[in-house]
Design a protein around this ligand. Structure first.
Ligand SMILES: C[S@@+](CC[C@H](N)C(=O)[O-])C[C@H]1O[C@@H](n2cnc3c(N)ncnc32)[C@H](O)[C@@H]1O
Length: 400
């Protein structure tokens, strides 16, 4: 009997139904599973080691049950107590058909979520724009009124203010809420905190000892530089200075232009102290890449590696790359998406490839061995990389 754990606030009957569902899943009884799900059985219960019903369905290799659970809204991306995803289970139990299905499900769900997020963002921006327009119109009206009334009375201005307040109070709450929930700078907290370079120059840590950049990435940065700058004298752009590893490599190719965007004041101060502003061809744009886009030119190679941002931010950068990449040029980025779980990483690699493809790129992933030792993370709050392989993206614009 597979025992379930942690069904919160459930009645005895619900617990029993959920327990029966878990049992039917574990025994591969498709019809019973379907009947119980239809009957409203809770599929979010977990068994020992934090295994979900989807973990069980995957372990026993029942694609029909996997499909059923997903169709009833079971999330595709839950992990057990050892941070093993259902994709990891599918791999280790040699369930290749289920693995592919789960991968596609992950890709489809995340693409949809991204689309919805962007739609919401657009709506919020539109609402903000409307509100600003209304405020401007209001201010213009006030001006007109003021001009008209200066001949009549001197108290008009204070009365007008009161009216404004009332008008504001009457605004539909939903619109105001919308504007107030506009997403902020994703890594604002990071950008506002002090950073620390270790004495040996091998690490850049934030105030909580998160690794912003670490020396073990050097071989990756060497290869990224080589990929975007395959010969000397090219024009290159790097977003995110960190330890300056990729920029040091890029300098070895004597770039004719070497633009670096950096947003953190401490990193910028470090760059100036090290004389980066005086290096050949170097132009530093201090600010978030989102805020300096209008100063960008056209480059033969572009590399992107920021910190504290999300896939949507990376995707937003992908979208502007075609405007700044020379014919035949190469774009690459640090591929750390979902880098603490092989399956999530595979899902993100597929998503990036698809989305970059839609933007006109062909993407090739070059496989590199990493082989990191546990000790590498001593003194760092959290390991941000646990995988054995690195998939270095090489993106070319189609047709060139
Ligand atoms: C992981 S490090 C880059 C490491 C670099 N590739 C190297 O070889 O050392 C990320 C850098 O991006 C910067 N950064 C974070 N958000 C940024 C943004 N929106 N625009 C520009 N730089 C940003 C961080 O301050 C940090 O210096």
């Amino acid at each position: 009997m597979v025992k379930t754990e942690e069904v919160i606030d459930a009645s005895d009957e619900e617990v029993a139904k959920s327990q029966a569902l878990m049992q039917a899943v574990a025994e591969g009884k498709v019809e019973t599973v379907e009947k119980l799900l239809k009957d409203g059985a809770n599929h979010s219960a977990r068994a020992a080691h934090g295994r979900t019903m989807l973990h069980f369905a995957t372990m026993i290799g029942s694609l029909p049950i996997v499909k059923l659970l997903l169709s009833y809204g079971h999330p595709w991306n839950l992990v057990d107590d050892d941070y093993k995803s259902v994709g990891d289970y599918a791999k280790s139990f040699n369930q290749s058909e289920i693995y592919e299905f789960l991968l596609e499900e992950g890709v489809r769900t995340e693409l949809l979520m991204g689309l919805m997020q962007r739609k919401l963002k657009m709506e919020l921006l539109e609402a903000q724009y409307d509100e600003e327009e209304e405020e401007e119109d209001g201010a213009r009206e006030d001006n007109k009124e003021e001009k008209k009334d200066t001949n009549d009375t001197t108290t008009a201005t204070s009365e007008q203010k009161d009216q404004d307040t009332t008008a504001e109070e009457e605004e539909p709450a939903s619109k105001k809420q919308k504007v107030e929930t506009l997403p902020e700078v994703p890594n604002a907290e990071y950008l506002a905190q002090p950073l620390q370079y270790t004495e040996d120059g091998d690490r850049l840590l934030d105030a909580e000892k998160n690794g912003v950049m670490m020396g073990w990435e050097l071989p990756l940065m060497i290869r990224h530089a080589e990929v975007i700058s395959p010969q000397k004298g090219l024009r290159v752009l790097n977003v995110g200075f960190g330890l300056g590893l990729v920029d040091t490599e890029l300098q070895k190719y004597s770039p004719s232009e070497h633009t670096i965007i950096e947003a953190h004041p401490d990193v910028y101060a470090h760059m100036i102290k090290q004389g980066w502003d005086k290096k050949p061809g170097v132009k530093i744009l201090f600010g978030r890449w989102q805020d300096v886009v209008d100063q960008l030119e056209v480059y033969d190679g572009i590399f992107f590696d920021t910190f504290g941002e999300f896939y949507e931010d990376l995707r937003a950068f992908h979208e502007i790359v075609p405007n700044h990449l020379e014919e035949g040029g190469i774009y690459s980025y640090f591929n750390g998406l979902g880098a603490t779980n092989q399956f999530f990483h595979a899902v993100y690699n597929r998503i990036s490839e698809l989305e970059l493809g839609e933007m006109g790129f062909t993407v090739e992933y070059e496989e590199m061995d990493i082989g990191l030792k546990e000790e590498e993370w001593n003194g760092v709050k959290r390991a941000y990389w646990t995988l054995d392989k690195y998939y270095l993206p090489i993106c070319r614009l189609d047709g060139f």
